[in-house]
Design a protein around this ligand. Sequence first.
Ligand code: G4F
Length: 330
Amino acid sequence: MVKKALISGITGQDGSYLAEHLLGLGYEVHGMVRRVALEDPERRVGRISHLLDKIVLHPASLESYASIFHVISQHDFDECYHLAAQSFVAESFADGFSTMATNINGTHYMLTALRELRPRCRFYFAGSSEMFGRVKEVPQRETTPFYPRSPYGISKVAGFHLTTNYREAYGMFCLSGILFNHEGPRRGFEFVTRKITSTVARIKFGMASELRLGNLEARRDWGHAADFVRAMHLMLQQEEPEDFVIATGETHSVREFCELAFAEAGLDYREYVRIDEKFYRPAEVDLLVGDASRARKKLNWQPTYTFQALVREMVQADLKAAEQRLEAKP
Ligand code: G4F
């Protein structure tokens, strides 16, 4: 029997890679999309434009329980991947109220509707390394206590506990993936990796002269999103629901990312990168590095991309896109 999967946040970086992966495994893939996106597909569903004739999109919003309930009532879903969220940490400092409301209520609505309508549907919650925040141990693993440092991190801790509670209180197959940073050419431009690689390309083609960044010494465990979505699927295939940390186990600074990315385009980052206080955060997460040994052992998962290969792919994709934009100009 063909399995049916529902993905919230299908238009995002992870949603698009996950949809491709599940289609490749023979799934029937459904996605929840905001109505505004459906009305403006060219601009808002770009990452899945190549999949539109293979997937089913449903209008729904994380702010509306009724819309989520309606989507879930339509099909007998086997698996639900809840990826939709306000996911930009800096924005959560600017507007903590809407981040908390959307992320916490959205997760609660998904779980409640599933419990009501599809209690046998397996549920994946997109947890985050931001839940570890001011880290209590290095590297961080499933048993490391949480200490979130942003409204976004706090909202993810709440989502994590909601997911655990539905598993324990109602016996549902619910789990959280605690994913460390994962990037790729489809990453949003507001996140530091894509901000760097897209600006490198603009500098290379004379469309920008500098790159303004905040904390260059912040360190992250950066993997590739295509590797990480494989782990999401594997988690839901376990016999018993259990949470997993997904990470590469390597940590690099924003400065190192800059150095490699500029070098990939034949440039020296020191000539272009300027520090701008505006991009510093009120509270920072300085050293995130994950221990994914549970996933390696139980899911037989491991990343295929090295840090260098990730940076190279992102820079090359942005160089190509910038060149095409230049050629398209009259
Ligand atoms: O790329 P970032 O904005 O990602 P961050 O905050 O680590 O969060 C991302 O990864 C999490 C873990 O998977 C997700 F939960 C979350 O949704 C998101 O996908 O920032 C990375 C680091 C930070 O320390 C930031 O202070 O880069 C530093 N940074 C320095 N200058 C900057 C900048 N970040 C951004 N976005 N822009 C800058 O100019």
